[in-house]
Design a protein around this ligand. Structure first.
Ligand SMILES: [Fe+2]
Length: 341
């Protein structure tokens, strides 16, 4: 679906250079200033929600990283969601694509609120970012998707024939797509691009019959989730507690200060229940010595880092002196914590 979006884009801009529309600072980040051709997207997994979003993500092989193009004109004209298309998905792919849904919903729900998003106030609508920060509309989509995912992803993974679970996950993927396509994602996605792109040990996820190493996108986002939501909780403890409740945790007597710890534990238990998931970056063959390179690959993901609550430079595209170093330290700390749990 993302490839189709890019074919549509460059088909409509035959003179453009490939990097013209790619997110800055890796590309020029030019706005798409005219409508594209109609595009119909039909998902075959319950994962990306790409049929709803104005984002296309791809690998830049020469710099071993992933980035993308984001603009509302990239949004498909129509999405056709039929869960029958997901019935033959093997368990490992059901799980990893579903973990993408989980992180889309958790990250968009906890992204900085739209009124704190400096770039969203840009005077020229053409320059406004596709991602606006958490808002009352995206919250409805993201929270519903989270609840569906927490309940039905383990069922869809463990029983290929569970038609109801497949249907609910297809629904969850699309809802989460609308939620994060408007609000945005943050740290799990920002760090996942170099994790998947670098894959320093050549890890190949069990259950994937491809002839090359692969850290599936959903695995690369979920592996840092326990560390990420512990870090972000102080910015919106209620939201983090609501999220923990979606996983079935009784939050009646939980203190606000413990929201991060509680949600982090709930995510770990969920990943265990799902099965086949790494308990940290170490199980993906990543070593402490790789952290610097992972930070190098995360820092350019400005598009999503600006939405990370509590991170140095929160909500701002332009960083001040000293902030880049401080942010690198925070990202290194998160990756360190995500090494094993
Ligand atoms: Fe994703």
């Amino acid at each position: 679906m993302d490839t189709a979006k890019m074919i549509n884009l460059y088909g409509c801009y035959p003179e453009a250079d490939l990097m013209d529309f790619v997110n800055a600072p890796l590309g020029k980040g030019l706005p798409i200033d005219k409508p594209l051709k109609p595009l119909i997207c039909i998902p075959t997994t319950a994962g990306t929600g790409a049929e709803t979003t104005g984002t296309a993500i791809f690998d830049i092989v020469s710099s071993s990283t992933k980035t993308g193009i984001s603009h509302r004109n990239l949004k498909p004209t129509l999405g056709i969601i039929d869960s029958l298309n997901t019935h033959t998905l093997p368990p490992a792919i059901t799980a990893s694509t579903g973990l993408d849904v989980l992180c889309h919903s958790l990250e968009s729900l906890t992204a900085i609120p739209y009124q704190k998003r400096e770039a969203a106030k840009s005077g020229n609508p053409l320059h406004r970012p596709a991602y606006q920060g958490a808002n009352p509309i995206s919250d409805v989509f993201s929270f519903t998707a989270l609840k569906l995912c927490a309940e039905y992803l383990p069922r869809a993974t463990h029983d290929q024939g569970d038609v109801e679970a497949r249907e609910k996950m297809a629904h969850a993927a699309t809802l989460a797509g609308v939620g994060f396509g408007n609000a945005g994602v943050h740290l799990c996605h920002g760090m996942s691009y170099p994790i998947s792109g670098l894959n320093p040990a050549g890890y190949k996820h069990p259950g994937y019959s491809v002839p090359h190493p692969i850290i599936p996108h959903g695995v690369s986002v979920a592996v840092t989730a326990p560390a990420v939501f512990k870090f972000t909780a102080s910015s919106s403890p209620e939201r983090h507690l609501q999220a923990a409740e979606a996983f079935g945790v009784n939050i009646n007597n939980v203190k606000r200060e413990s929201a991060g710890e509680v949600l982090s534990e709930a995510i770990k238990r969920f990943l265990e229940k799902l099965g086949g998931q790494p308990r940290g970056l170490k199980e993906l063959g990543i070593k402490r010595g790789d952290i610097d390179k992972l930070v190098d690959g995360t820092v350019p993901q400005r598009r999503v880092l600006v939405l990370a609550p509590g991170l140095v430079g929160e909500g701002r595209v332009v960083m001040q002196e000293g902030e880049v170093e401080a942010q690198r330290g925070e990202l290194a700390g998160l990756l360190e914590e995500a090494m094993e749990w």
